[in-house]
Every structure is written in C-alpha cells, then in structure tokens.
Design a protein. Structure first.
Lengths: 398, 398
C-alpha cells in the first residue's frame, strides 16, 4: 500500500480525488500496489467535503511523512506549486503535475532534481488534458526522430472560434458566452492571447527536439483580432480558423510559434470543435499521427494525473522522467517559414490579382475580400501585401 | 548491451531492421541499454541484403542463445509464429509482435505463459499499425472504465471506400486499383470481408472489457456489397461510408461487431481517408479520445514494434503484459443494439414515408433512394423495412 497526496483542491484536485476513488481497483492493478489518499493540501475550509479528514494546511506534514510516495501538484502557477514540487522531490517523493506553467518554466530543473533523487516527475495532464500525448510521444514513438508537433492546444479559444464559425458570432460575443458557460475565465487573457497554448507548445517542443525553450521567446499571437468575417471568408475558401501551436525541427535547432491558422475542412484538425483539443506528431518512421480529445476539464485532466500517479508507483525502482531537452537551443525566426497565407483586404478583385496573380478572392458580407496566396515567407508576404489595404494575414496549414 | 532477434523478414521485418538501425541512439535511451540485432530468422536467400550475416534458418540458434533477450515475431499467421513465440517465452525471452491473427487467437495463452516465465509480451503493432493505441489504452487511460472502442481498423478497405467516395468508382474498380498500388493483396479476402478488422476488434475488446473474445464469434460484414450509389447517397445525406470495428461494454458483458457504417461528415472519423486508420476510445473519466494515423506499412508498423522492443528491455525486471481479459465473456447479440439506420431501397418517396415517417429520402443516379431512420434495433428495422424493396441497410454512427 502506497500513500499519495493531492496539493490543491480546485477543479482538477477534486476530480482527481473522485477518479482515484472510483477506479481504485484498476489503478491498483496498473500501479502494482494499492493507492491510498494520504493528504489533501488546502487552505480553505473543507468541513463539508467527504474528504475533510484528509485535509492539511501545512505542506511539511506531507513532506515529513515517509509513507507518502507520490505528490500530485494541481495548484497551478509557479509560486507555492514550484516550492512544494522541489521540496517533495528533495524528500524523495515522485511528483506528478498538470501545471503547464510550472512545467514550461521550471520543468527542466525539476526533472534534473528528480533524476538526482531517483524519483519520477510526470506531467501528462499539462498538455492536452486527458488526451494521451506525452507518454505516446516519448515512449510509443521512441523509434522516431520527431520532426514536427502541432495542434489545437487550448480549449477556450477553440470553443470561441467554433462558436464564431457555427453561429456567426463576433469575438466579444463568443467570449462572453464562453465565460457564462465556464469555458473561459473572468480574466481570459492567458487563453485568448495564446499564453496557455504557448506554454504547451514549449513543453511539446522541449520533448521533441532536445532543446529546452523559454516560452517567453516563442512568438505568440492569440485570437483577439479574429473577426466574424474571417470565419465567413475562411468557410468560402474551404477552410476554418484554429489557433495552432506549432514546433518543428530545423537544420540548426527548431522553430516554434502560436498563431491563428486557416485549416482546410478536409484536415482532421478541422473536425476538432468546441473545447476539444488535438495534437499531430510527425515522426521519421511513423509518418503523422493525430490524437484528439478533451483538452481540459475536471475528470479528463484527472484521468491523466491519476495514470501518472499509478505509473510513478509502478516505476518506484526505475523512475520515469520525460526528457525535456537541454538549455540553449537555437530558436529560428518564425518569419522565415514559407507557407501559403490567408489575407483579408479591403480591395477589389483586380487589385488583388495584380499583386497575387494566383489568388481567387472571395467576398464576405462586409465586402472585404479574402484569398489564399502561394507559399512564401513572412517578409515576402509583407512586401507584396503592402500594396493592398490588409486587415488580416494568417498562415494556412498546408 | 542486449541482443534481439527478428523472426520473418518481409515488409515489416525489413522495415524493423532499418528503423532499429536509423534510431539506434534514441532506442538505446528509451531501453536504458544498447540494442544489438543478433539474428534474422529467414528461410529465403538474403545474400544481397546488408543484413546477410545476421541470417539464420534454424530457430533453435536463437532459442539457445542466452544473450537474446527479445524476439520480434513479424512472420504472421498462427503456424511457425505461434510455435516460435511459445518457445521464445519458454526460453525466457520477451516476445513482441505485430501479428494480429496470432494475438487475437492465442494472445491470452501467450500472455499467461509470459507471466509465468517473467518476460514481456507486447503487441502494439497488431492494432492500428504505428498509431500509439494499446499502450495509451492500458497505461494512460488506467484511471478509466473503458465503455466503448470503435474505429477504422483496416487500411485496405478504407482506401477502397475513399476511392469510391472521391472518384465515384465501384467496388471492383477500386479494389483493382488498390491491388495495383500494393494496398490490397492478390487474395484480398481477409481485408475486404472484414476478417482483419475483426481480429483487431477482438484485441481491443479483450483489453477493454476484461473478457477474451473468440474472433469467430464476432459478427463481421465486409465491404463487398457496398455500391458506388451508396457513397453517392451517403454524401447527399451528409455522411460518408467507413468500415467500423466496434466493441462496447454492456450490463452483462460486451457487444462487438464489424460492419460498414454511415459516418456524419462532421465526425473526426469522416476525415480519416485512404490507408489511414483511427480508433476512438470512450472512458469513464476522459470522455472520448481518438487516435489517427497510418494503420499499416513498413515503417509505421516497425515504429510500433521497435518501441515494444525498447520497452521490453527497459522492463526486464518488471515485465509488461497487457491484460487480455479472461475466457468466456458473454457476447451480447449485435442485433439488439439500437442505432439510426441508413437504408437504400428501390422505392418512391410516398412508400418510404408510409413506413418511415421520419425519413427524408434522397435519390442517386440509379434512382434508388437512400434515407436515415430513427434509432431502433435490427429486428425492428427488418420488420418495418420488409414492406420496401431494400438493397442495403447499415448502421449510422450517432
């Protein structure tokens, strides 16, 4: 019998306690041992919770209990979460986490510390919520040089873009609806500005290319400037709009960025709607695989964290620590990547064709036109589009 | 340093030798040890192969070499493959396999033998080729009661159905083209009659519901009766046609079957075309996840087998053996499942609406009509459809 502790008892923490109890037997089989909830670290009152007798307010109780083998950090942020994760590892406990901010910024250091202390450090729930993603990437695809990872990594923005597409809403309207339904937070900045997707892109890139990227260096554009007419024009061009995090291997290092993209309706990612996430992985032997599913939420994220707890226990004598690369990889400029572009401009067909002869402009209700260019890098696009009154320019996933 | 052997040197065996060599370093990191190809078991001449000095013709050489820790069985069939797998396990070697026929029919027995002898028995490549599927199912989703698995599990039939859909070909034409391109075998029976998909469905059901099913008991309908007009009518009804293997938990056991289905174009599976495969897994905590990718082929399948070799080595002291259930589960009748149905009939709109008032019949070029019913089980459908001249009746994925 092995004890574990849950740090933080918000949405994911509560879901985790439920899933660990509901699937007790299955998890024991996967872990090779019974798993018992030892403590829940929470400051706020829990007296009406069925788990109230597990509550502690002082982390040192957990830290000093030698029977606690695994600590699940679901606090979020990089303050207490970072401090407790370090101390847990130093006390010889495995740490599992769904905290993408912490993994993206301090994951490399925590992984090194875990290696040093012979414990596991796992964070399947930090990217793609409940979708099996990081373990397939590092274990099942171990026979592949990973060349590219890209995907829809944030459920809030995907919910908003889907609502804009299906109901013709504009951004502000769709955001308000998402907030009412609890899919967007009161302060939606981290989601709609792409910060959350950027952290997840950094983790995927770290695990794929051998370098540890600082999320602050990854060019990131959110969806606040996407207009209803863009969805309308995209549809007329046989596409939809998705916020993609992308990272690809280059000769000298890698390239990573987060931007809205036009996705052809025939592409699997175009069918990933609402709060669903999806991630494509391109490997040298396998070609391309795509994993889709719920990228967030109480029980989906708990599903990933619970599996990490079971694996940490199963591997007590052979710790699991995904490789987050080494510091200092060359992050090549986003602008040098050549792709087709979607352009929205206040222009007449003749003007457009004068500059982009390959374009087949379509018109939306605002009488702005949208078209798709041939493949070129950003400076080339900007040089040519300067002659037009452009309102939007995003990459098209080719 | 650990030695492994490859049994069989056809498409997958050759691809495996290549991938193991190309990704030597990555695989050593995943395995925690250097991996060295010890032997290739092949009867036919290999004198012009770069691996000719690894060839042996007698399995007992491998069996008796104590340095061989893992045997990759990629022979296929249930003759020599079964015999060598047993003997390898009895000799204390882990066995990895991409042989769905063997796993579906003798997997349970081989897994028990592996448990007894303290070695791993892994078969990630047997379902979904290179798509990470079985390991995510058993490990990453360990915190879930699996309620349903379903998917496009055979690349040949999916290639044929895609060609029929996109190019309006009939079945015979599309099959001939698939054979010319090497996507279908000279004797295509196992693929087009659904036998291959049935074996994979059995493996997925075994791992999901705790019972070990005999593939011979799984109702299986292939795609030979799918006509060009069905694709045309499906399209008019907002759907496409896919051969699905499905298995679902029921109160008393499970239900499993292989049949052509109509899939709404908005469903992720509708975007899975050509030789691609995809599998959806519905779990109690995660909801639904879908994995897509190349379901067969030289390097994709080798990618899965190579990862299994690495994992078998990594887990020498803690063998990995997926749970294939126990014998004797109740397989409930397929016909009792209520779903909407697609019906093609030689009938006039008034006749159709007289029997199925909810139907909105559409007409194809042959002037047969197609329509979708409300949800009902097969006996109910057959009772009502008896009044019409029906040519086809398949389930619609709801």
């Amino acid at each position: 019998m092995v004890k574990y502790a849950i740090l933080g008892f918000g949405t994911v923490g509560g879901g985790l306690a439920e899933v660990m109890q509901d699937q007790r037997e299955r998890l024991a089989a996967a872990a090779g041992d019974e798993l018992e909830l030892g403590y829940i670290l929470r400051r706020r009152d829990m007296s009406d919770s069925p788990w109230r007798d597990k509550q502690v307010r002082d982390f040192s109780v957990i830290e000093n209990d030698p029977d606690v083998a695994v600590v699940a950090e679901v606090i979020g942020g990089v303050g207490a979460a970072y401090d407790y994760s370090r101390r847990a590892i130093l006390a010889g406990k495995s740490v599992v986490s769904s905290n993408k901010e912490l993994v993206a910024t301090h994951g490399l250091e925590l992984a090194a510390l875990a290696r040093e202390h012979g414990v596991s450090y796992l964070f399947e729930g930090s990217v793609g919520g409940g979708i099996p993603l990081l373990r397939p990437l590092s274990r099942c695809l171990a026979a592949n040089r990973i060349d590219e990872v890209y995907g829809i990594l944030n459920g809030t923005t995907n919910y908003i873009l889907t609502a804009m597409d299906e109901q013709g809403q504009d951004f502000a309207e769709a955001l308000k609806k998402a907030q009412e339904l609890g899919y967007a937070e009161a302060d939606p900045t981290a989601d709609v500005e792409g910060v959350d997707a950027c952290r997840k892109t950094a983790i995927l890139a770290d695990m794929s290319f051998g370098y540890n990227l600082d999320p602050a260096n990854i060019p990131t554009t959110g969806i606040t400037s996407v207009a209803a007419v863009d969805l309308e024009l995209a549809r007329a061009l046989g596409c939809t709009v998705k916020l993609l995090g992308r990272a690809m291997r280059t000769e000298g290092g890698c390239r990573a960025f987060v931007q809205p993209h036009l996705i052809p309706l025939t592409h699997t990612l175009a069918s990933v709607n609402g709060v669903m996430n999806a991630c494509a992985i391109r490997g040298s032997a396998v070609g391309e695989v795509i994993m889709c599913g719920p990228g967030a939420g109480r029980h989906p994220t708990a599903s990933a964290v619970a599996a990490d707890i079971a694996d940490a226990v199963r591997h007590r004598n052979d710790p699991m620590i995904p490789d987050l690369g080494r510091p200092g990889g060359v992050l090549e400029p986003e602008e040098r990547l050549a792709t087709p572009w979607y352009v929205r401009a206040d222009a007449q067909p003749d003007q457009v064709r004068g500059v982009f002869p390959e374009a087949r402009p379509v018109y939306g209700t605002t009488m702005e036109c949208g078209f798709i260019t041939e493949s070129m890098d950003r400076p080339a696009l900007e040089a040519r589009a300067a002659a037009l009154d452009c309102r939007a320019a995003w990459r098209v996933l080719a």
